[in-house]
Design a protein around this ligand. Sequence first.
Ligand SMILES: *Cc1c(COP(=O)(O)O)cnc(C)c1O
Length: 479
Amino acid sequence: MADQRQALFRKIPSVDVLLAHPRIEESLVHQPRVLVIRAIHEILETLRATIQKNAVSEETLGTDTIVEDIIIRIEQLSMPSLRNVINATGVVVHTNLGRSLLAERVLEKFTPLAGGYSNLEYSLEQGRRGSRYTHVEYLLKELTGAEAGMVVNNNAAAVLIALETLAKGKEVVVSRGQLVEIGGAFRIPDVMRKSGATMVEVGTTNKTHLKDYEEAIGPDTALLLKVHTSNFQIVGFTEEVPLPDLVNLGRKHDIPVMEDLGSGCLLDFSNYGMIREPTVQESLEQGVGVVTFSGDKLLGGPQAGIILGQKDLVTAVRENQLNRALRIDKLTLLALEETLRMYRDPQRAIQDIPTLRMICASHEALSQNADRLNALIGDLDTENFSVEQIDGDSKVGGGALPLQKLKTRLLSLVPARLSAQKMEERLRYNTPPVICRVEKDRLMLDVRTIQESDFQTVAQAVRDLAQFNPETGRSIKEA
Ligand SMILES: *Cc1c(COP(=O)(O)O)cnc(C)c1O
């Protein structure tokens, strides 16, 4: 047994022999040498481990087979880690898939700005140092009526720095019904602790009254906090204190109110047949001291945390040393300014900001798209699955409008020889990956979030899936 193994080990070609193989030499023309050598080492390592486990046959030790594996490994290693995927899940603001897509108009501005110098922190009027926040503050004020505004890395950072600035070493009163956790470990009690503020919880999970806040106010109270329960809803016997009442209470005691709006939309979604979500403008009109929200949720822009409100409070936040660590970079600022500029014409915003366009897509338009995708897939001669078109629901996602169901049209792949799980996996391994959801034991492709420019690619991926042979694990590509 051991002798046999030794004989097999000796059959493994050397690194030098492999490097001289014509196909590997060809790879070396395009790929860095270190990467090719790493691929060779990895494949040989795997081979040795397989021999060690006596799980190898003579054929797999043929140089051609080994070279084939090395070429595949080189391809894998040379691929960037962060790449495009096709979102067929129907979750529009999908946090795992990068939340909002930036509008075409935003993308056009990227290359020149990123590749050149800019007036990022330079005042062209005065010929000296300026502030990076001027590039969005004017628009935020114009669109929302806020006295002042600034932007940081994300909304988690916005909440943290606002609390740190306004309430460090002091008390913040917040309702027990609003101690939310957002996906990815953002929890109000934890952020509060990190900011150095002491949380004073009032009320119960389902009900908090104005007098609960009133009784909790003491000499150390610095802030009344309202958190929008954006990703869940407590229904039934519930009560929350409306923002204007909280603001009145705060005024009586000279304590500002801060609201973490989460998604923070600038448009009233109820105008588009959807559940009402509080807007940033309303929050400010109702007299909030500071309001924070995300740039890449319902706003449809880049990852950012926007802080708006009274001038003295926002200025204090801006002057906080912590701001230097949480600051927004120039490309994000560019994307945010361009996205906000589109809101000057709400009708265009709905059409041109991908997040808004997808959320507001009509059932009729979605049905037409489902027909088009289905036609591109064409007739499939396969025993793997069958395709049906059905009605279903998409989701807004990003912890926004959790109860909102968006009527959509789905291409449903009904399992036969392939299970729904296997189909999901195969499409995920496609280049580019197609990310789908499995529902009722079927694979669902939701046209709401598939970009029209990707229809051909998705159709081809489904046709490849039809050709996939589960016995051999290979897809017989169409000619
Ligand atoms: C999403 C959300 C956050 C975190 O925002 P990020 O932009 O992801 O950092 C904070 N609070 C609420 C209520 C949210 O919905």
